[in-house]
Design a protein around this ligand. Structure first.
Ligand SMILES: Cc1ncc(COP(=O)(O)O)c(C=O)c1O
Length: 400
């Protein structure tokens, strides 16, 4: 007689509690429609529409030809870590060495590893709302509790110390800031950032500062990096950055963190037992980008700037839409609450579903970022598609 076994799949609580990225869910549905041949104007993407600049792509090809195809140090090559340190040293007159830098498979990996390295069970980590979708899940996965600090729409969602202080408790262990912000574009002001750094240092809390969109600021807005306070508070300030947006290298998977060498070693340990080094080929390409692709980055900045200048007034010309001028990044974050109660729309999710069904336009519901009265529209797409998409939105929303 044979016994029939009934093995079960028992997922951990920590993974069951994790939300699937809601931004990906919208993209998936739009992608499925596009695959069926439907003409969808996709305002969802969180990545540049530009190809990786030629010189960087060539450096990747050369890396393969020259045999850069083996493992490197799990934290990245010394040459790349030194090149990243040198970039910051040039900018801020610092003297960082390679031991302050780790390179990984995207900024996302470093943010995830930082949560694992710094967040203790039960710690609270303050995140201004609207927030980038992965921050809360990363904190929760590490055993912490994300606590949300409301930023004001009247001040274009720029984070403030007052907002952070209002939700701080004795369990507060750190703050995560993202400037320029995905999804709002908000760029934190220098005095406010200075106050937040001082506050974190005074409470022995870490400050993770994600400047993935550092280059993309417009209209006289100035990006201020928390790195400026690193020399004074090396135990407090941690900066995360990426090659993904600045150099249109999303698929290469190369990002980095700069922090106290003790934190960097901890991240290195995690990396050595998980992914090991980021792609050796991508590391060679990143060296090329850091050495001389700034003109390409500027060209992309100028294109985004032009699109934004057209897009904001065009959206505001749609009755019911209220769109502030974002300081930076490549997203606009219009308010759509005026449509609630019309045509079955009750929240940002049903608004996005309406647009996809009626206009074949994909936008990301603001609920995904903790702001349900808004949607995110990416202008990392051609001017032609922006014109088409906004015209379709105008027509579909006029029916309501
Ligand atoms: C705010 C923010 N931080 C970090 C990342 C991670 O980028 P990557 O892992 O490609 O470096 C993204 C990507 O969308 C982002 O929007």
């Amino acid at each position: 007689m044979t016994t029939t076994y009934r093995p079960t799949i028992r997922l951990t609580d920590r993974v069951s509690a994790m939300q699937e990225s809601p931004t990906l869910a919208v993209l998936n549905r739009a992608t499925a429609l596009i695959a069926q041949g439907v003409d969808v104007v996709d305002f969802g993407p969180g990545e540049p529409d530009f190809a990786t600049p030629h010189s960087i792509a060539e450096a990747g090809k050369r890396a393969i030809d020259r045999g850069f195809t083996k493992y490197t140090n799990a934290s990245g090559t010394k040459a790349l870590r030194e090149a990243i340190a040198a970039r910051y040293n040039r900018r801020y007159g610092m003297s960082l060495g390679f031991e302050h830098v780790i390179a990984g498979c995207g900024g996302k990996q470093e943010l995830f590893n930082l949560a694992l390295a710094l967040v203790h069970e039960g710690d609270e980590v303050i995140i201004p709302t609207p927030y980038w979708v992965s921050f809360p899940d990363q904190v929760a996965f590490a055993g912490g509790t994300p606590v949300f600090a409301q930023a004001s729409a009247d001040d274009r969602f720029r984070p403030t110390l007052a907002g952070i202080e209002a939700v701080a408790t004795e369990r507060t262990r750190g703050v995560i800031l993202n400037s320029p912000c995905n999804p709002t574009g908000a760029v934190i002001r220098e005095e406010e950032l200075s106050r937040i750094v001082e506050w974190c240092a005074s409470r022995d809390a870490f400050l993770i500062f994600d400047e993935t969109y550092e280059l993309f600021v417009y209209d006289g807005n100035v990006h201020v990096s928390a790195m400026r306070w690193f020399d004074r508070y090396p135990e407090t300030v941690i900066v995360v950055n990426s090659m993904s947006k600045t150099f249109a290298m999303t698929g290469w998977r190369l990002g980095y963190a700069i922090a106290h060498p003790e934190v960097i070693s901890a991240l290195g340990k995690i990396q050595s037992h998980s992914t090991s080094n980021p792609s050796t080929i991508a590391q060679q390409a990143a060296l090329e980008a850091l050495g001389g692709a700034s003109e390409d980055a500027q060209r992309m900045h100028d294109a985004y700037s032009q699109r934004r200048a057209w897009l904001v007034p065009a959206l505001n010309a749609i009755p019911g839409i209220g769109c502030a001028d974002p300081d930076g990044a490549f997203y606009v974050f219009p308010e759509i609450r005026a449509f609630f109660g019309k045509g079955g729309i009750t929240d940002s999710q049903s608004f996005a579903a309406y647009l996809l069904d009626e206009a074949r336009v994909a936008v990301v519901p603001g609920g995904a970022f903790g702001a349900d009265d808004f949607v995110r529209i990416s202008y990392a797409t051609s001017m032609e598609r922006l014109h088409e998409g906004v015209a379709r939105m105008h027509a579909a929303l006029a029916k309501l």
